[in-house]
Design a protein around this ligand. Structure first.
Ligand SMILES: Cc1ncc(COP(=O)(O)O)c(C=O)c1O
Length: 246
């Protein structure tokens, strides 16, 4: 399950080759990549299926929930069956298998559909935030925002900022200082294997995954709610600049 973190896209053609060679189905976790493209192809178009999240911080938000996209009719029929108590397709009160209840409510779907119809506008707004932040820090070196390589159009679900080592500051320090100035703060993601919930999975640790452990320690996620004003972005950036100047 390749993940498009912060709207970036993994190197999909290389991953597809590996999946095909090893006969492993590839499912795209495009939860953060709505509106993103890899070599001109939209996130959600790769592999046997893909998922998007519509939870509270996402570009499309239905409170909770998400969507599963499938091209294959067999998978589609099977998941449609599993999501609603395993009911018989011909008799809604007759359960063929003990299954799940993963149905979105009509209200959630109406919300999602209304936002989907203006998805270009919503993604453009997210990208505008990313570029506003980038521009406001363009005179300061050694800062890494969401990567926008030639192959990727980044939907910029959230703007992340990783402080280069020359700034000699950790995410904990920067978050504490921003909090003291009364700014909302969110950390950069943690490597899953560093969290208590997944510490039992010995597939990763700081020695095996030095890059993710290192980046996570130096990054934050910047505010990106649709109601954010340019003045608020200016104030937030000024707060970060003050911290970096000290
Ligand atoms: C990449 C990614 N995958 C999966 C999820 C989980 O989505 P949900 O909370 O809608 O189950 C999220 C966000 O929460 C996410 O960002």
């Amino acid at each position: 399950m390749p993940v498009g973190v912060y709207g970036n896209m993994p190197k999909m053609d290389e991953l597809i080759k590996i999946a095909e060679k090893n006969n492993v189905p590839l499912i795209e976790d495009a939860g953060e990549a709505i509106g993103s493209k890899y070599k001109g192809v939209r996130a959600g178009k790769f592999g046997v299926g893909s998922t998007f999240s519509f939870h509270r911080t996402k570009t499309i938000c239905t409170g909770e929930g998400g969507i599963l996209l499938l091209d294959d009719k067999t998978h589609y029929d099977r998941t449609r069956f599993l999501r609603d108590h395993g009911r018989s397709p011909t008799d809604g009160y007759y359960m063929l298998e003990a299954a799940y209840k993963y149905m979105p409510s009509n209200l959630q779907v109406a919300l999602a559909y209304a936002q989907f119809r203006r998805i270009e506008e919503l993604v453009n707004k997210k990208r505008e935030f990313l570029h506003m932040y980038k521009e406001r820090f363009s005179d300061i070196g050694d800062l890494q925002f969401n990567i926008e390589s030639d192959d990727v159009y980044n939907g910029a679900w959230a703007t992340s900022l990783v402080f280069g080592k020359s700034h000699n500051i950790t995410k904990k320090e920067i978050m504490e200082k921003l909090s003291k100035m009364d700014f909302p703060v969110r950390p950069f993601f943690y490597p899953l294997s560093s969290t208590p919930a997944y510490s039992g999975f010995k597939t990763g640790d700081s020695k095996k995954n030095p890059v993710s452990y290192d980046i996570s320690n130096r990054g934050i996620t910047l505010p990106g709610a649709f109601i954010l004003t340019e003045t608020q972005i200016d104030e937030y950036c000024e707060g970060i600049r003050k911290i970096l100047r000290k």
